[in-house]
Design a protein around this ligand. Sequence first.
Ligand code: GDP
Length: 623
Amino acid sequence: VDDDCCISPATAKLYSCLDHMRTVLGDAVPDSILTQAAIKCGFDPQKALDAVLFDLHEPSKEKKRLILFAGQIFFPLFPVAKSRDVSHNKLDSEVVPKVARMTVSGKKQTMGFDVPRYLTHIWENGVVTASVRRGGSPEDATATPASEATPKRPETPAKGSNGDEPSTVPTPGRSSGKARQSINIKAELEKRQGGKPLLNLVVIGHVDAGKSTLMGHLLYLLGNVNKRTMHKYEQESKKAGKASFVYAWVLDETGEERDRGVTMDVGMTKFETNSKVVTLMDAPGHKDFIPNMITGAAQADVAVLVVDASRGEFEAGFEAGGQTREHALLVRSLGVTQLAVAVNKMDQVNWQQERFQDIITKLGHFLKQAGFKESDVFYIPSSGLSGENLTTRSTVSQLTSWYSGPSLLEQIDAFKAPQRSVDKPFRLCVSDVFKDQGSGFCVTGKIEAGYIQTGERILAMPPNETCTVKGITLHDEALDWAAAGDHVSLTVTGMDIIKINVGCVFCDPKEPIRVCTRFRARILLFNIEVPITKGFPVLLHYHTVSEPATIRKLISVLHKSSGEVLKKKPKCLSKGMNAIVEIQTQRPVSLELYKDFKELGRFMLRYVGSTIAAGVVTEVKCN
Ligand code: GDP
């Protein structure tokens, strides 16, 4: 600013260029770097952006951090409170597979990102190409026709690629490559984490129900956020005129990264209860972010559903168009059976028992219909803002006069530990791919079945190529092995990073996952307005994958409970129906039959921003 009211043309150009860069990069790259790049590039925002991003070319720690950061800026998984503006992201979030980030032991680690198309050349010339699923929208006419791109289920051993070490042919037996050391995986799992089982928890609910505040406050009360940081959030949120969001900031941003000029959203956080180690996933409440939520929920064992008890607000979230119902239905369809319902903002209704009862009657009826057992749903009156009933039982007399049940933390602690499929062949769904220092690259994701040890060779499907596991990291700790249920980061060598996309499945080369573009499934149609006919376009949401697909054939309509065929070759399907259909995906996807691998045989179908069906895979078609 040259004087109080005047800005010179050069300054105006600089400011405009900086604004443009910040809309892409946020405010985490220091101003000095942006300004330097802007000046160097004659205030051309595109060139300046490229310059900043190309700067990341040097193989330094900072480069990696910034690349990770840039990815997150473009596709933040949980952008709810960071910029409370959710309107712009719809198309991307509908089309591009979303991935999760994980924070463990106070340190952040990216679990993934996708790159906008205009930037793909940067990544392709640079280092991070792998997590880009190019093309992808149903409208994308340039996508490869499915028939051309479909690999077969490998009858013959998988081929290696031009990575930094030659691929070997997998040898028969459970392990290929280095011999798998014999470990008693069940005994090892019991010993780990002081005997505490891991529980993956997703927090769901309508936007503004108080999810971030509730969980942020819980983390603070558990000592996961230090006082100094909390004080800083308090100051900053006040300054931003959002004092009431102070606890939400714990989940939305972390001071440590901000200090370093690299802001990373926290998608996942670890905390402990008496008997469990919990990986917490915050789910965005806005309708547009449901695809991200599916990715989170698909990896969850249990859920906390947050509802706003305030008059009118519970109703708004619960009625058609609200996310309470859709989220609950989604998590149930994705295999979550245990649910804690935080009836939140009870301070707003003077802790009235009648209001609490009224809500649980309405919700209980619906949750039962959605498939939750009454005995697996627990209601906890709470206030995320004041902290009542979060980690300790409340002492507010208006509440204790009628409620003597557990606090939210006690309830989380009481959840039954999930059964892990450690006896099955190894499966890991990739939620992120990135280049690390040293040889090879990293993939992150949840192990859905089996276990893995360092030194083993594993197969990536697609592209049907093997690589070697050089390192395994769980909760920031290097390990020799990891098992089903663990969100891990694997360092792999012997494969070209470009071959791996978000949504690939790493598996046991001896017992590979199926890859197909055509499969049959039993689907349950939700409350859809438009009937489904042959050729209907959908987005298939399956673990970390979001893939354009069409309903290729309507095979039959089934009786809801008996499964008996009511009608063969129906002309259309309408709401509430149970049916067998054949689905054709645009690109190959890795799937399992539901009867073999529950975790890998479930999916959701979405159409123009709404979830229209949940399904399970019954038959994989060879192409
Ligand atoms: P989210 O969108 O579900 O994550 O909701 P937020 O955590 O961002 O909260 C939305 C708003 O509700 C914020 O202004 C919070 O301060 C407020 N809020 C959250 N929990 C409570 C509560 O228990 N009581 C009251 N009175 N307000 C709350």
